[in-house]
Ligand binder design. Structure first.
Ligand code: PMP
Length: 418
């Protein structure tokens, strides 16, 4: 189909995702938990099976044909990832996911941080972009500071200008909040960080699948993201770092493949990115990740952005009809994505998840690994609907109908039947 931004195109695309064609609790599945993980197209699933059927071998170590082929396939994905974010292949470190990327970064940067140095995060961060910095701060006597959010659930830029100072060594924020859906002004905050010579780190776990991320355009020093949130397999992720900065970073996982030379007394390390990839990596995961990137490129990130903007506008319009429902996030689709956290008065998010699950609708309830943000908002938890391009307007209608009936169903105790 030529017109890759038509509703029909995106409806047809659902056929690529076999898992979507099933009933849950007697209803057609509506998968709206894409912020947690996305479903996998058949091309990704097949690429992993084909690798095991035809090419399986370890990478970087064998001289035989299969190993060379597996190595070529693995390294080719590094090039695909680099092109996807407009970087060089040497700047792509394969990790096990965003969390592992942050841990590698925070550990590797440790000896560049001294007592009294400041690390600036924001109030809307995922635990993956908080806890590793807390550990680093504890070890080195550094101080964590947080850019506040304003009442519209956006980052307060004026405060950011005050908080980021000469003392700041690292500014690490999310590109899209996994709770609020807010798209943060990454380029602006990056330029403030650079004004003071601080590193700018961007958590792209949520953004990478919803918008074009160009590391050169933003001028990021490091970014992190996971394959499983972009239609690829779990257990694979990326730490991007500018070449000269990766060279300065210390490895924290030691063993085979990350070395240059080893004696009984000491070792020298391989160059980046290999010095961060000790041991046998998740080879089939990387191969599947490559297929996911091909898949996204085939559709086109521009088309995905357009489609999701339409879904976002439609959802916000429809959901405003639901009584007693409050959305925590910006009310304009210009700087938000299709991640909607909400509560309906009187219904706990876990009960809401169960109520919707009974109608075949998969959402998430809880604190979404952002406890400090929930504490700040004085909320024990929220329910979260997170859409992506394979969701449809008809599905949104069904979700909104279920939300309209939620109170009635809840009072009837329907969720207890589960
Ligand atoms: N950061 C953000 C913004 C996220 O949404 C997530 C996943 N929920 C992570 C980091 C962590 O990703 P992973 O669990 O794949 O390591």
């Amino acid at each position: 189909m030529k017109n890759k931004n038509s509703d029909l195109f995106f409806k047809n695309i659902r056929k690529d995702f076999p898992i979507l064609d099933q009933k849950i609790n007697g209803h057609q599945l509506i998968y709206s938990d894409n912020g947690a993980t996305t479903q996998k197209p058949i091309k990704v699933i097949d690429s992993i099976c084909d690798f095991y059927k035809n090419d399986n071998s370890n990478v970087h170590r064998g001289i035989h044909t299969l190993s060379e082929r597996a190595t070529d396939m693995y390294e080719n994905v590094r090039i695909k990832v680099a092109n996807f974010i407009n970087s060089n292949k040497e700047e792509i470190v394969f990790t096990y996911g965003t969390t592992s990327s942050f841990n590698i970064l925070a550990k590797g940067i440790e000896d560049q941080i001294s007592e009294g140095d400041e690390i600036v995060l924001s109030q809307m961060e995922h635990h993956a972009n908080i806890v590793c910095w807390q550990e680093l701060a504890k070890k080195r006597g550094a101080i964590l500071k947080f850019i506040p959010i304003n009442k519209d659930f956006r980052l307060d830029l004026k405060e950011a200008e005050k908080i980021i100072t000469q003392k700041t060594k690292i500014v690490a924020i999310s590109h899209i909040s996994n709770v609020l859906g807010t798209i943060t002004p990454a380029k602006k905050i990056c330029s403030i960080a650079h004004k003071y010579g601080a590193y700018f780190v961007l958590d792209c776990a949520q953004s990478i699948v919803h918008m074009k991320v160009d590391v050169k355009e933003i001028d990021c020093d490091f970014i992190a993201f996971s394959s499983h949130k972009m239609f690829g397999p779990t257990g694979v992720g990326v730490l991007y770092g500018k070449s000269n900065l990766l060279e300065k970073l210390k490895p924290s996982i030691f063993g085979g493949d990350m070395i240059y030379e080893v004696s009984f007394t000491c070792s020298t390390y391989n160059k980046s990115p290999y010095k961060f990839e000790a041991g046998t990596p998740n080879i089939e995961g990387v191969i599947g990740f490559g297929a996911a990137i091909d898949y996204l490129n085939e559709i086109g990130m521009d088309n995905i952005e357009l489609r999701e903007k339409e879904l976002c506008e439609y959802f916000l319009g429809k959901v405003s009809e639901v009584k007693d429902l409050k959305i925590y996030g910006p009310n304009s689709c210009n700087d938000r994505s299709c991640i909607f956290s909400f509560n309906i008065d009187g219904i706990h998010s876990h009960d809401m998840s169960t109520l919707l699950d009974m109608k075949g609708i998969a959402i998430r309830g809880g604190h979404h690994c952002a406890m400090p943000l929930h504490t700040l908002l004085e909320l024990p938890s929220t329910s979260r609907i997170s859409l992506c391009f394979y969701n449809t307007f008809e599905e949104i209608d069904k979700i909104v109908l279920a939300l309209k009936n939620a109170k009635k169903d809840y009072e009837k105790g329907e969720f207890l039947l589960k």
